[in-house]
Write a protein that binds this ligand. Structure first.
Ligand SMILES: C[S@@+](CC[C@H](N)C(=O)[O-])C[C@H]1O[C@@H](n2cnc3c(N)ncnc32)[C@H](O)[C@@H]1O
Length: 213
């Protein structure tokens, strides 16, 4: 292992520790109800295999399972996935929970009907790679639903990372998912009410794209 591997490993471990601590201290930090934009898009979709990335406490995954999707929920936080399993059990639905670091994300090509990424903020190099692989993992006609903070969120300080480069410009999404048709790409300033961690006026991008056939 050379020095850059050691540094990468250390930063991965500190990322996991941050999120494990958040979920063990604050429980369902983003609430148990699904993200609101997700609930406006899913009723139009036919249930199939859904993959929820960076899914944390499982609220979006459970919502999809309740609507007949077969859901795989991935996250690198064991504490987050523990909450996801508990939420699924309390609602009487099944999830496949997988502890996966997005640095190792290599899903099979054309394998998934729906990918959901809500508040998945990553360093730019990793983001580009994860978005590319997510796009490849979608079946032709498959859907991607993504919600993230834009750099304008730094004025509000109501949630999200403090590094501007981890936040998402709508145009970046169009570029990252150039092999998808864009059904919704909107930037909004909206009041969030998602558990204790996301409260108040927020600068958000909402994206729904469909892989071209
Ligand atoms: C703001 S939370 C959002 C959780 C969930 N998507 C929701 O909407 O409730 C961000 C999530 O990203 C996960 N995460 C961050 N970096 C990750 C990585 N490199 N690999 C896997 N998960 C990661 C964290 O563990 C955390 O659960």
């Amino acid at each position: 292992m050379d020095e850059s591997d050691t540094l990468r490993d250390a930063s991965r471990r500190s990322g996991q520790m941050f999120w494990d601590q958040r979920f063990s201290e604050r429980g369902y930090a983003y609430g148990q109800a699904p993200n609101q934009f997700l609930t406006t898009r899913v009723p139009q979709l036919r249930p199939g295999h859904a993959l929820c990335l960076a899914e944390g406490g499982g609220r979006n995954a459970v919502y999809l399972a309740e609507r007949g999707f077969q859901v795989t929920a991935q996250d690198f936080s064991a504490e987050g996935l523990r909450l996801a399993e508990e939420l699924a059990e309390s609602r009487g639905v099944a999830l496949t929970c997988q502890k996966v670091d997005l640095s190792d994300f290599e899903p099979p090509v054309s394998s998934v009907d729906l990918i959901v990424a809500i508040w998945m903020h990553l360093p730019p190099e990793l983001r580009i790679n994860v978005h590319r692989r997510a796009s490849m993992a979608l079946k032709p006609g498959g859907d991607l639903i993504l919600v993230a903070y834009t750099p304008r969120q730094l004025h509000h300080q109501t949630g999200g990372p403090s590094m501007a480069s981890w936040l998402l410009e709508p145009e970046q999404l169009r570029q990252d998912f150039a092999d998808c048709d864009c059904l919704v790409l909107e930037e909004v300033t909206t009041v969030l009410d998602e558990g204790p961690a996301h409260q108040g006026l927020s600068a958000v991008v909402r994206f729904h794209a469909r892989k071209r056939r």
